[in-house]
Design a protein around this ligand. Sequence first.
Ligand SMILES: [Zn+2]
Length: 202
Amino acid sequence: MPWKITKSGNRMPQSRGGSRTKIVTEPESLRIDARMERRCLTTAENLASEFRHYTPPFSLGPLLKHFEIARVTERPLDRDACLKRGSEGLYIEVNSLYPMAIRRMAIGHEIGHLIVSQSSTGGHSHWGHYDKRIEDLCDRLAVVLLAPSWAVSRFLEHKHVTHLDGFGKSILKEAALFFGMPTEMISPRLAQVNTTRSVLTN
Ligand SMILES: [Zn+2]
């Protein structure tokens, strides 16, 4: 999940480009289809249901443990994060130059790659960051892991948000802080979950 820094200093998701070097594992098959996407998203929701007894921002510790990721190392990188395998097993390197919310998204994105690999047929790994469909899916998985639908619903209920549109900036900022995510990522998530709630209650 590459990010670019805008003139205003905000960090925005950047389109995937050729600047990202390929790391560790080349995928042999990229058979990502809608069914597989749904499978991955359901897996992420199920994993995030483990957070039910906790309050956001959710610690990523249990997920790291679940995927047997030995450690997360923070250091300056030319990207936001990468997944690697060392003598101790899997580990994630995350860019220490980015703020906490982006670092959390980046770790969630790398965990997303593990979910995709686990959900794909033929045991192929999908660690590479050059397939746009996988990159987008991993971003969506990170959002689900950090802001599971039940937690977003609870937040919206608590804030008495009932309308499909018109999220005020203050709500977005509050939600971003609450879930420990960049505003750019929590904003569409609030809208998405709110739409689902509205459909279910109408
Ligand atoms: Zn990626």
